[in-house]
Design a protein around this ligand. Structure first.
Ligand code: BEZ
Length: 264
């Protein structure tokens, strides 16, 4: 992010709590406690998260009560996605959009859990604004972690380089990550966005479909694939095995073979 954009965003966030009640008519946001950023993090204590590593467990306060993250995951896929701060415009649209799609995720045995680096009281006030403006009156009904001390943000390395150096001081960029975690608690995919760029909910559903398809069938997905389109037979499968397992396939090159997506 350019330093000009960074400064603009940081100063608008600093100004926001004072402007917010008059500007939106929403419930007044509780003032940010200055102590919020005073905990200390050490880079060497941060776990290295890779695709395939076990998602670090944590306990946290959420808008739906206290959770142990691994217990929360249970036997479901889980989408953990994070936000830099409450009462911010991009995050407001994102949380609303995920909430509207909750049933789509549930059809895929996937739970949603948000995180924002603010307090529980602040989250509860903010949820009213999200329901007012984004969900067409539908109740917002998945938990948001109150990561006011940024413990989970630190655990999952959700900040950029500059934000990491200043994690104990003020606004930390980016904290706009998506982690897809499977029922065995393994991290299967993560996406990281700068604070200035809203995510794409269709992409999150698309990659979840792709991961689940591969787990079910051993097939892999080409560029821009969406559910229902032809899929790829991986090179590790011989032609004989491919015929036996997937039926007809089209060979463009020995290593590039397409077949119909099998029925679910
Ligand atoms: C937001 O609108 O969600 C946002 C924008 C910049 C920084 C942090 C959050």
């Amino acid at each position: 992010m350019s330093s000009i954009l960074r400064r603009t965003i940081a100063s608008s966030l600093r100004a926001a709590p004072r402007l917010r009640p008059a500007a939106t008519g929403s419930v007044a946001r509780p003032m940010l406690a200055p102590a919020r950023f005073q905990s200390t993090f050490k880079a060497e204590d941060q776990p290295r998260i890779r695709i395939g590593s076990v998602a670090p467990n944590f306990k946290a306060i959420t808008t739906e009560g206290e959770i142990d993250f691994h217990e929360f995951i249970g036997d479901s896929w889980t989408i953990l996605f994070s936000h830099p701060a409450d009462f911010t415009p991009v995050c407001t649209t994102e949380l609303g959009a995920f909430s509207v799609l909750k049933e789509e995720f549930a059809k895929r045995n996937a739970k949603l859990i948000g995180l924002s680096a603010d307090s529980l009281e602040s989250h509860q006030a903010w949820l009213k604004d999200i329901e007012d403006t984004q969900t067409a009156g539908k109740k917002f009904d998945f938990p948001i972690i109150a990561d006011f001390d940024r413990k989970v943000s630190f655990l999952y390395d959700m900040v950029d380089e500059e934000g990491f150096k200043k994690l104990n001081q003020g606004i930390a960029f980016t904290i706009r990550n998506v982690f897809i975690i499977d029922p065995s608690k393994k991290v299967r995919l993560f996406l990281v966005y700068p604070a200035s760029t809203g995510r794409n909910t269709a992409e999150v559903l698309r990659v979840l479909d792709a991961l689940q398809l591969t787990d079910r069938s051993g097939l892999v997905t080409p560029v821009n694939w969406t559910d229902g389109q032809d899929v790829i037979i991986p090179p590790s499968v011989s032609n004989a095995d491919a015929s036996a397992k997937y039926g007809e396939f089209k060979e463009l090159k020995p290593y590039l073979r397409f077949t119909k997506q099998p029925a679910k």
